[in-house]
Design a protein around this ligand. Structure first.
Ligand SMILES: [Zn+2]
Ligand SMILES: [Zn+2]
Length: 331
């Protein structure tokens, strides 16, 4: 008797599903038989899941059984969503459950726009930020707010994840920081460039390797958090070996000599220290960064080795002349 009840309940529900699903935006039925209801739920090409739903033996007095797959979304995310749907189905015990759950998934994809980068967020939380930092997610506006600290320095960031992420790169805004201007400008320009490279093929095409779009959130956060905020407040000037940034940002080192210079390899120098180093021999083969041995490129010291050599020789000669004059005067 109970089995007959179940069969007719399911038959009526399947009929209802078949007649109503075609008019619901984002839902598509693939199978709709007593053994299995299979449907594709789509927000866009990146936010899509396929749900396999089965009726348990005591349906509708037990929750439906749900399995999910996705071509684009992470397995961990679909596993989590399965659990959430199971809990939701429990609320509908005794009633028709399939259509409410399909619609629930559709709304969930709509309202949890950060689902496209769930694994990257897990990585940021686990690998990049510390207890003193903060991360806040705002699903509604698809934004991530980050507050990153190191010693007395901080950087507050707002990251926006576009709807068709990762096809389109994240948008980064540096909302507040107490790093010196030169660094602030450098950090954000480099972060934007890294994000751009994730979605734009290089100009010089490498025909052997077809370009593939890469998720940009992890790349950019690795750079801004690990390679910038967590690094520079602890870094020493390669020349004088003292902290390159003022220990207290309020006492930002004043005067041109103490200004910070960032060279091609990413190392920071005091302007005065770098200037002296760049103008002192040997010049042959170009000046190299004492910290990493990479060649130093810097706009302000772009003169060739030869010119440097001559300048230095000239300066030495002048110095000798002056000393000779002094000697002569002392006589
Ligand atoms: Zn220095
Ligand atoms: Zn270096």
């Amino acid at each position: 008797m109970a089995t007959e009840d179940r069969d007719s309940v399911i038959a009526k529900e399947l009929e209802d599903i078949q007649s109503r699903v075609p008019s619901i935006d984002g839902l598509k039925l693939i199978a709709c038989v007593p053994m299995l209801v299979q449907a594709s739920i789509t927000k866009n090409e990146f936010k899509q899941v396929t749900a396999n739903i089965q009726f348990p033996p005591r349906y509708p007095h037990e929750p439906i059984m749900i399995q999910m797959k996705s071509r684009r979304l992470e397995q961990k995310f679909t596993d989590k969503l399965e659990k959430i749907c199971e809990d939701e189905a429990k609320k509908w015990i005794g009633a028709r459950q399939v259509l409410v759950i399909l619609k629930f998934i559709r709304t969930f994809l709509e309202e949890n726009s950060l689902c496209v980068c769930s694994e990257e967020i897990v990585y940021i939380k686990r690998e990049l930020i510390k207890d003193s930092d903060e991360i806040k997610l705002k699903q509604k506006t698809s934004q991530i707010f980050l507050k990153i600290n190191q010693n007395n320095y901080f950087m507050n960031l707002t990251v926006e994840v576009p709807d068709i992420y990762p096809k389109q790169q994240i948008k980064i805004e540096l909302t507040e920081t107490n790093f010196p201007d030169l660094l602030r400008v450098n950090f954000i320009a480099q972060a934007k460039e890294l994000a751009r490279q994730c979605v734009t093929p290089p100009l010089l095409k490498n025909t052997n390797q077809p370009f593939e779009v890469k998720p940009s959130l992890k790349v950019v956060c690795n750079y801004l958090i690990k390679d910038c905020v967590k690094r520079y407040p602890l870094e020493n000037c390669p020349i004088c070996k003292s902290f390159v940034l003022a220990e207290d940002p309020k006492n930002e080192l004043k005067g041109r000599k103490n200004q910070i210079e960032r060279v091609y390899c990413g190392h920071l120098f005091h302007n005065g220290c770098l200037d002296k180093y760049m103008k002192t021999p040997p010049f042959v083969g170009g000046k190299k960064c004492p910290a990493c041995d990479k060649k130093i490129y810097h706009e302000k010291w772009r003169v060739s080795a030869e010119v440097m050599e001559n300048r230095w020789a000239h300066k030495q000669a002048k110095q000798r002349e002056l000393e000779e004059v002094k000697d002569f005067m002392n006589d």
